[in-house]
Design a protein around this ligand. Sequence first.
Ligand code: ZN
Length: 431
Amino acid sequence: MKARRPGARTAPCWVLGAYLAIGLAATSARAKETFSIDYVVTISAATPHIAEVRWELAGIEEVARLKLTFPADRYSTFAGSGTLQPLPDGMLWEPGGPYAHLTYQVEINHARGKQQRYDSYAGNGWIVTRARDLFPRIGITYHTGTTASPKSRARLIFRLPRGWRSAAPFASAGPATYPLSQPGNTLDRPRGWFVLGRFDLDRQEIDQVMVEIARLPGTTFSPRNLFDFLDRTLPTLKKLLVATPAHILVVSAPDPMWHGGISGENSFFMHTGRPLRTPDKTSPYLHELFHVLQPYRPGPDADWIEEGLAEFYSLELQRRAGLIDAPAYGRALGYFERYGLWNVDFTQQHDNAATNNSAPLVMYAIDQRIQRATAGKKRLDDAVSELAREGGEVSTARFLRAVNQASGKDFAKFFDRHVSHGIPPDIGSAR
Ligand SMILES: [Zn+2]
């Protein structure tokens, strides 16, 4: 891309007019691309656990400096145009311009938890990792006097050993090249899970979503079963969360990867040992997919909402799809009740038994009571869709307001009793 004259920063009126003419808000004038970034990730066959990352920027007169935040033990060997100044938690980069570049190395392997299982790993001929493991967090400062909102045109490019390929949760434009676009973001950056190397990749379009399943060597998981399962559940989940993702990447890998699921942007990882449905009939896959598609984030008192909704719907969506019958559904509710942590304040709880057993049972009870209050016209879905439409941070108070709105009733007493005091809700003969 040609560097722009400094005078070209201000969006001319006709650009604004043109955007308004096609029905976009005036703020969409920012969609004018004023600079470009290529993020190039190079892996060598000799040292696959070290990624060499290079950023190539053009047309960045507006950018004064970038603050890069990263863990010191995994990032090293920074070099670039302009000046680099080490900080306690990262690096301050004044790139100069209008053309600039930055290079650094990242250690791919990252273990977590008591068992030291990996959530980023270079195996024998493959790599499973996330954007957050390869790229620092970025804070960007513009020169004063920049009147237009700058907007980047960005690409993620992998340079890989011979015979390797890549999967990422975006459409590719050529081999291992992915245009990045996040409307509303100044600086488009890579997000979500990546798979590199030798692996199986299956894809199927489900309800206008390109679902890709990457299976690493040693994975026993059947993509057919997951496609069939999602065929019956994904459309309802999309509607519930008012989500229209173009792509979803599911990554299935064996040991020594993390023994569970981890959601990311338009993608999630699941250890190959996890079944599509656990014996209690909830689904770890639907649970993670709920997190992937939820367009809100939990506030400090809302872990119980975040996990309670994902776990409740991992059961409920299967019931609606005819994948589980009433007795199995009732037994699952019974497990929530039996293994829940009760008589504690859920808004202050991060304990798994409270957030993933008690909270989904409370969600079930709320769903039942909304239906009863509205003669079946409304249900928990209406409250959840409202939160999804609004986005942002969800707190217990905001969730209560959404439930009140859906039901036309005041649930404050119910929340006080069954959320703040954690008293098990009466679910009658359902279990
Ligand atoms: Zn969860």
